[in-house]
Design a protein around this ligand. Structure first.
Ligand SMILES: O=c1[nH]cnc2c1ncn2[C@H]1C[C@H](O)[C@@H](CO)O1
Ligand SMILES: [Zn+2]
Length: 341
């Protein structure tokens, strides 16, 4: 079974760039910058940059991003990190990925908005050329930053729409910063033709899911774990055909759910809600799509057919055109046939 999961063609829709930096690269760049790491080798460093069992909350989880963000303040590093992520994903047979990042988090040391976005886009272009992996970018507004910042993400990002940028997102500390703070920015994003996905219902607040849809125009929801608490919200998701970007391993780590047995994914599928499975942060969560699928198969008895259905849902939910979806589907189906599936 492992062989099959390793080889099947995959789609990744929820992947934070800063949470998915190769540990070796981060270590090398931090040492170059002469940062004091208090670790003696890469093994210890790897322990430091991913979360452990003891992680109690999203707030604690978010602390791990301080390491990658220290080295993601230079154009060449951002480009390299993007390129390497695409290399890593292509080795895992990921065919299409939406990479998300928050431009303002990379502007602490002299870079401007355009420098950051263009570095990611360059990395994506090189990745496409060398590894034949397709990608698009999602610009993140951070919940704890001001509405003005979010408006600027939308304004400044507009020139990259159709040139690699497809959507905007809202991420970060959900518990203290509800979606409505950023309403105006997402109204503007909708007017400008961005696709919209919002992190919602990750830390228990079910109302953030309906607010994200009704006030912020979300077409997809990141996580959406809390929807299970309210049949009306589940009905809203189904009726509006809003796909959930679920990230099981991350959700266990942040204690969005207390155990895999209580993970609502199968309930959602039975109720006709569109779900996709993603990694969130390959380094911070120490995961991969293969590990996520394996968990579902081993702990929740998912069949390979159900895994393939999740992947097909990801094609449907992707922020690409109908024609691009059909091309991607064909590519996937051809490979599955070759694998005897
Ligand atoms: O799962 C998440 N929920 C909320 N915020 C998150 C999650 N994973 C990463 N982030 C934050 C931390 C990163 O620095 C930021 C931009 O990728 O987004
Ligand atoms: Zn996320």
């Amino acid at each position: 079974m492992r062989g099959i999961l390793r080889n099947i063609p995959k789609i990744e829709l929820h992947c934070h760039l800063d949470g998915s930096v190769r540990p070796e690269t981060m270590y090398e760049l931090l040492l170059q910058q002469e940062e004091d790491l208090h670790v003696s080798d890469i093994k210890e460093f790897e322990e430091l940059v991913s979360v452990k069992e003891e992680c109690n909350s999203l707030i604690e989880y978010l602390k791990k991003f301080s390491y990658p963000l220290k080295v993601m303040q230079r154009k060449e590093n951002i480009e390299r990190i993007t390129y390497e992520l695409l290399e890593d994903l292509s080795i895992q047979n990921v065919k299409y990925v939406e990479i998300r990042f928050a431009p303002f988090l990379h502007m602490n040391d002299g870079l401007n908005f355009n420098d950051v976005v263009e570095s990611v886009l360059k990395g994506m272009e090189r990745g496409r050329e060398e590894f034949n992996i397709l990608s698009n970018a999602i610009l993140i507004c951070m919940r704890h930053e001001s509405l003005q910042n979010s408006l600027e993400v939308v304004e400044y990002g507009e020139k990259y729409l159709g040139k690699g940028v497809v959507a905007v997102d809202l991420a970060g500390n959900e518990q203290d910063f509800p979606p409505e703070i950023h309403k105006e920015a997402f109204e503007l994003a909708r007017k400008k033709g961005y696709k919209i996905t919002i992190h919602g219902g990750e830390t228990g607040a079910v109302e953030n899911i309906s607010k994200s849809i009704e006030l912020l125009y979300a077409e997809r929801i990141g996580h959406g774990i809390a929807a299970i608490k309210d049949p009306k919200v589940m009905e809203l998701l189904r009726e509006k055909n809003i796909y959930l970007e679920m990230c099981p391993i991350s959700n266990l780590q942040t204690k969005a759910v207390d155990s895999i047995e209580n993970y609502p994914i199968r309930k959602y599928m039975e109720l006709g809600i569109g779900v996709t499975v993603n990694t969130d942060n390959t380094t911070v969560s120490n995961t991969s799509l293969e590990k996520e699928y394996k968990l579902l198969m081993e702990e929740l008895n998912f069949s390979i057919e159900e895994i393939l259905k999740l992947i097909d849902n990801s094609v449907e939910a992707a922020f690409i055109s109908r024609e691009e979806k059909e091309t991607l589907r064909k590519k996937i189906q051809d490979e599955l046939k070759e694998l005897g599936l």
